[in-house]
Design a protein around this ligand. Structure first.
Ligand code: 5MY
Ligand code: ATP
Length: 354
């Protein structure tokens, strides 16, 4: 279908992320068009690999051009032809988007991803309550015919429901649905593909940079090989190795000998990074039974030095947190609590963390 056949007025933006926007067009009901803003979509083999990694809950994606893909519109009732796990199609009541984030690292406004994905209903309920109080970017609802809502649900949303949204029983039922969700279990499993100690990923990049620079200095017999440019190259090689590993591991054939020696690290890290930032979209019936659910936002993340360093600052690993705790426990050692954190923030490239 030609996008140009649609006039501007036919399109409604229903979602906006950091790297893509999602549009509904009345010429194709039941689907949405997701447009990448700055980078083209990944290579088809990589897309296939990521879909397999998230199988069977990856959203169905159909590329239209370099930047655009059609997806099923998860905010609407599932079409009768689609397989749905349970529930009655007529009873489609609302959609919910959850961005769980990395299970063992993320805490915000009382929401702990570790609780949501703990496998314990009580903890899951606690996480859900925290999200309902302060949904931020992590929780969103679409009620049938009511459009998106990000705030605490009101009794007015309870039309024909057996539970009043926001009530204790509603939260409990929803927590049960989340706790048993296959889609969230898959996300959590892929998050475990790499420990996401971002400092050690930076250290590996740094080691490769050092190796390349020392080689360059020998061959160019110059002491000032261009560090900045070499950094970009080293990170690009790692990104390409990640894509090659994912393709070889999941689609083409078992990993071949000519892959980068660290390819598995980059590939696993990249898969975990997708799972750390994806969303799960659920469709639920009036009894809060999940009719179907899928994982959206499956693009490979750019593996740049700055991005890894930013993550290392935002999610310092346990070694650093332990150091922070020791400083807090032993103020007599002369260091301020903030010393370590200042050290983390001071160097934008995060190289000190390696
Ligand atoms: O690292 P985080 O946890 O801050 O995640 C970033 C997200 O921040 P959040 O904490 O969810 O508000 C961030 O979300 P927002 O911009 O805050 O909506 C993006 O999703 C970013 O990924 P990308 O640049 O679109 O590939 C995300 O970056 P990646 O780490 O996934 O590369
Ligand atoms: N299949 C879908 N059906 C309905 N809405 C969707 C669908 N996929 C995505 N959306 C909505 O569009 C928003 C943006 O989509 P997406 O998460 O893919 O963008 P992104 O820029 O990659 O996100 P991020 O900021 O997390 O990197 C989602 O948060 C969700 O609300």
């Amino acid at each position: 279908m030609l996008l140009s056949s649609a006039t501007n007025g036919d399109w409604t933006c229903i979602g906006n992320g950091a790297s893509a926007s999602v549009w509904r067009w009345n010429g194709r009901p039941g689907s949405v068009l997701r447009l990448r803003q700055t980078r083209p979509l990944d290579d088809e083999t990589v897309r296939e690999a990521v879909s397999r990694i998230m199988s069977p809950v990856a959203v169905r994606r159909q590329r239209v051009h370099a930047f655009g893909e059609w997806l099923p519109d998860m905010t609407l009732s599932p079409p009768p032809a689609d397989h749905v796990d349970r529930g009655d199609l007529e009873n489609f009541w609302f959609s919910m988007e959850l961005k769980p984030k990395r299970w063992d690292q993320y805490v915000r406004d009382g929401y702990r991803a570790a609780d949501l994905l703990s496998g314990q209903e009580e903890a899951c309920e606690r996480a859900l309550m925290a999200l309902l109080r302060s949904p931020g970017k992590n929780l969103r609802f679409w009620f049938r015919d009511k459009g998106p809502q990000r705030v605490m649900l009101r009794p007015a949303d309870a039309t024909n429901s057996i539970h009043r949204p926001g009530s204790r029983s509603w939260v409990r039922r929803l927590a049960q649905a989340i706790d048993r969700s296959r889609a969230l279990a898959v996300v959590r499993r892929v998050q475990g593909w790499h420990d996401c100690r971002h400092e050690s990923v930076l250290a590996l990049l740094q080691a490769r940079l050092d190796a390349v620079l020392s080689k360059e200095r020998q061959t160019l017999s110059t002491a000032d090989a261009d560090q900045q440019w070499t950094r970009v190259l080293v990170a690009r090689q790692a990104e390409a190795a990640a894509a090659a590993w994912l393709a070889a591991e999941c689609v083409v054939a078992p990993a071949s000998a000519h892959l980068d020696p660290d390819a598995a690290v980059w590939g696993r890290y990249s898969a975990a990074a997708i799972a750390n930032d994806c969303s799960v979209m659920f469709r639920l019936d009036r009894r809060l039974r999940v009719m179907d659910a899928c994982v959206v936002d499956l693009d490979l993340k750019p593996l740049t030095w700055e991005r890894v360093a930013r993550r290392a600052r935002k999610y310092p690993s346990l070694t650093l947190l332990t150091e922070l705790a020791v400083v807090a426990d032993e103020p007599e050692n002369g260091r301020e609590w903030s010393d370590v954190q200042k050290r983390v923030d001071a160097e934008p490239n995060g190289a000190h963390l390696g």
